[in-house]
Design a protein around this ligand. Sequence first.
Ligand code: ZN
Length: 431
Amino acid sequence: MKITNEPLVLLRGARLIDPVAVTDEVGDLLVRGGRLERSEGPPPAGAKVLDLAGHVISPGFTDIHVHLREPGGEESETIASGCAAALSGGVTTMYAMANTNPVNDDPAVTSLIIERARAAGGLVRVFPVSAVSRGFLGEELVDFEAQVAAGAGAFSDDGVPVVSEDLMGRAMERAAALGSLVLSHAEDKTLAAGGAIREGEVSRSLGVPGIPAEAETRAVERDIATAERTGAPIHICHVSTAGSVRALRAARARGVPVTAETAPHYLVLTVEDLRGGDPHFKMNPPLGTEEDRLEVRRGLAEGVFDAIATDHAPHAAAKKSGGLAKAAFGIIGMETLLPMVMTGAVEEGLISLPRALALLTTGPASVMGWEPAGLGAGAAADLNVLDLETLWTIDVEAFASRSRNCPFDGREVRGRVRYTMVGDSLVDHEA
Ligand SMILES: [Zn+2]
């Protein structure tokens, strides 16, 4: 990856898919001083020209569910390595979860994350996600106003869900009053406790403690009920069960203010992939059955989901060893986001390419209450040039992430980010 400063670049002949303007056309884009202009005719004097026939240009991707491990878990990921992994996957905006050490329940942690992301080059915009409760203890709300003032982009006790419905409802109302949002890791720990993979025939045959699907589905139903009771919006993270999809479908039809995301792995993998005992297929929520996978896909096609997020959860090798029962939950995902969405959903005809790109750009942004720059004239450059034709093989050793816990290593895929531009910085991913 090579990053250069380019005051004048002509991006010539690509298919421009802009989910902001809802346009899809072949054309030329000029980036002058970091801003977009439409261009026709010969390149202006002094312009660097990239001939991009056969490529697609989209806005930069937004990943609303990322775990950077800094502070406290730098052996797995730092803010700098996480930003490099993001950039490598075309993610130019991310939301970083609060389960660091210390937990991000204080504006000092929010500020530290923002400062270090800037120090790492500043090409990836990082919104720290504040904890909902102090210390993730589920007892006392953090100072919502102070966290928003410091730059927190949302609130979540991701990984340690808020047990009290009352506290959750108050958190949702306070976030809403500030124009912010609570992101729910929907998991009933009384059902999930001690489990490692989805409960069923595979968990029993491997002798590994199981997590029933209801651990997620019931928690999703509870969050929907809380949104209905309070009128305050809720966002459901990493949806994996058929029951959750059905509950979300019904809630949205009733007009409940609920948004939701799923992750690429729930579109392509199932609990059957765990038969070999590989901890790289262990994450939370756990991979479900084929019925779950198909219902998540149906939900995606129908518009039940607003966004695809990665739940990028880096773990150093030592934490991913010791067998299925002991290994940590989670997989990395930002560097395989585009190819897994392309291979797992677009190429199979589940969703169109423009819809897929919307789920990576305008969709997640609208969940968070803002609109991306898009590809229109005058916008600040924040875009990816995509090669969706060339077959390539995922190689975890080539990743920018500090961790290697990826279940897709060795897969032949399509969908590669060729260039990224943020302002006047041009990232050449193949140099
Ligand atoms: Zn989570």
